[in-house]
Write a protein that binds this ligand. Structure first.
Ligand code: S3P
Length: 172
């Protein structure tokens, strides 16, 4: 089984994914972490030194590789991973369950403002940038099998909601 977490920056994909993987006793795979490892530099540096198109190329390469693996795992994507049509198709094919962690623009800003690792939010008006990115991305995130609110729920509550969904769908 592969559980794939999608959603905007600050929705908690990495925090939820790491803990969910532990509970399920499977490996946790973080696409952003794999990019950093392969590149030997931070995501901010990849954007600054090589540009966003290069970042997207590596992101797609790694996503397609991860989708090839057969072992059960929880995968945390980056906020933009699902926007690439090839990555989207591969993730949908590989994923037993695609989960959208929903976050409002205000919460996304609150959770990311002290994390300078988000080059896309280095803007004079980050809230406006978040709102315009979300407007384009939400219809794509919405293709997930399950949407979970993260604005009003702790990491633990989000995990419980995902586990309950898995349990319910096992029985039916
Ligand atoms: C991005 C989200 C980031 C990271 C990169 C681009 C995006 O991942 O991949 O900064 O396009 O939304 P997180 O969603 O894990 O912050």
């Amino acid at each position: 089984m592969k559980i794939i977490l999608v959603g905007f920056m600050g929705s908690g994909k990495s925090a939820v994914g790491r803990e969910l993987a532990k509970r399920l006793g499977v490996r946790f795979v973080d696409i952003d972490e794999l990019i950093v490892k392969r590149e030997g530099r931070s995501i901010a540096k990849v954007f600054a030194e090589a540009g966003e198109p290069y970042f997207r190329k590596i992101e797609k390469q790694i996503t397609l590789e991860v989708c090839q693996r057969q072992d059960p795992c929880v995968i945390a994507t980056g906020g933009g991973t699902l926007m690439d049509p090839d990555s989207r198709a591969a993730l949908k094919r590989a994923g037993t369950l695609l989960v959208w962690l929903k976050v409002s623009p205000q919460k996304a800003l609150e959770r990311t403002k002290d994390h300078p690792v988000r080059p896309l939010l280095k803007e004079a008006d980050p809230l406006n940038k978040i709102a315009s990115l979300l407007a384009v991305r939400e219809p794509v995130y919405a293709q997930a099998d399950l949407a979970v609110d993260t604005d009003h729920q702790s990491v633990e509550q989000v995990i419980q909601e995902i586990l309950a969904f898995i349990e319910k769908n096992k029985k039916s």
